[in-house]
Write a protein that binds this ligand. Structure first.
Ligand code: COA
Length: 338
């Protein structure tokens, strides 16, 4: 049997502070009923002042290592668009805090598709024989980059981190990652953007505008692209590995809006009961969204060994990606705050 990357451990966390829709509605012109109906979100978790993405990533990474029963890996990939600072990367700090000083680590920036991109990079490294074990973390803190006056972003985003350990194994084992489909579209990069701090903005030498510090998202257009790309990518992957819609036991899509998830499932012909929905409790946690949803479903015992799981993510860039795996027999703890 051919060498393959196998899911060996999973862990995730959200910060302690819960922000419900009523709290959002105290500062923004919105209400609980609108947010629930239009997005499916009831609450999210936001960090306390002073907390950085690396702090969340370290907790999730530790939980994934514990779930896998290992204390080190050969490579750490941290998918994030909100690193501790623009330079240096946050992954080396996380690796060191996890007791792995000296292990290579890098940040990967693919917005809400970052975790699936990370799985792809990790699996490639394992299949090529360059690594035996890789820790992939998706972590983001968007709460500190939300425009207090923007109804589209303030209602959606939450903070969190999720992580997976992949190990070398074979394609017939439960847990094997059996295929990927990734894509990007730079022509639509302006649909979700945070301009401040990059080389383009810095080289203009103009005073920073307040709004450049915030995430700007054209919600309606992003919605349409998300549906098209997530459905297209899922179908391309299923075609390439010979899965039909009946082969999918669980569809775990990027958790931004329940209407997007249901529309994609309808296009794929996967029953809505087989869609993992976790956004009601945590909102859109960007690169952490898929590992958080997986961890929650696994900890609740909804994912059974051998079941076939399709992951699909979409985000700014535009970037999107899908991964297919069979579910492994692993122990996964819940996502409660540390
Ligand atoms: N509360 C109350 N009313 C709101 C509102 C809010 N938070 N946001 C918008 N509205 C109003 C609008 O003013 C508009 O009113 P009008 O019809 O009188 O003009 C109406 O609701 C519809 O606005 P629209 O922007 O079309 O809402 P929507 O249904 O597209 O929902 C999002 C907005 C942001 C929830 C939705 O577009 C979305 O989820 N987009 C995708 C986000 C995503 O996937 N992000 C991840 C990748 S970065």
């Amino acid at each position: 049997m051919s060498r393959s990357a196998v899911l060996a451990g999973l862990g995730a966390m959200v910060p302690e502070r819960v922000v419900d829709n009523d709290e959002i509605a105290r500062t923004i012109d919105t209400d609980d009923a609108w947010i629930r109906t239009r997005t499916g979100i009831s609450r999210r978790h936001w960090v306390a002042p002073g907390t950085a993405t690396g702090d969340l990533a370290t907790v999730a990474g530790r939980r994934a290592l514990e779930s896998a029963g290992v204390d080190s890996v050969d490579l750490v990939i941290l998918a994030t668009s909100t690193p501790n600072q623009p330079m240096p990367a946050t992954a080396p700090e996380v690796a060191t805090r996890l007791g792995m000083a000296g292990v290579p680590g890098y940040d990967l920036s693919a917005a809400c598709a970052g975790f699936v991109y990370g799985l792809h990079a990790a699996a490639g490294s394992i299949v090529a024989g360059l690594s035996e074990r890789v820790l992939v973390i998706g972590a983001d803190i968007w709460s500190t980059r939300l425009d207090p006056a923007d109804r589209a972003t303030a209602i959606i985003f939450g903070d969190g981190a999720g992580a997976a350990v992949l190990r070398a194994g074979t394609a017939d084992e439960p847990g094997a990652l059996v295929g990927f489909d990734l894509g990007s579209d730079g022509a639509n990069r302006d649909l979700a953007v945070l301009p401040a701090g990059g080389s383009r903005q810095r080289s203009r030498r103009e005073p920073l505008r307040e709004e450049d510090n915030y995430l700007a998202m054209r919600g309606k257009e992003i919605f349409t692209h998300a549906v098209d790309r997530m459905a297209g990518s899922s179908e391309a992957l299923m075609d390439s590995i010979g899965w039909s819609s009946e082969d999918v036991d669980w569809f775990v899509g990027h958790q931004a809006n329940v209407r997007i998830l249901h529309t994609v499932a309808d296009v794929m012909n996967v029953p809505r009961e087989q869609v993992v929905v976790h956004l009601d409790k945590v909102g859109n946690t960007s690169a952490a969204s898929i590992p958080l949803a997986l961890t929650d479903a696994a900890a609740e015992g909804r994912l059974a060994p051998g079941q076939r799981v399709l992951l699909t993510a979409f985000g700014g860039g535009l970037s999107w990606g899908s991964a297919a795996l069979s579910w492994p027999d692993i122990k996964v703890a819940g996502i409660e705050s540390p």
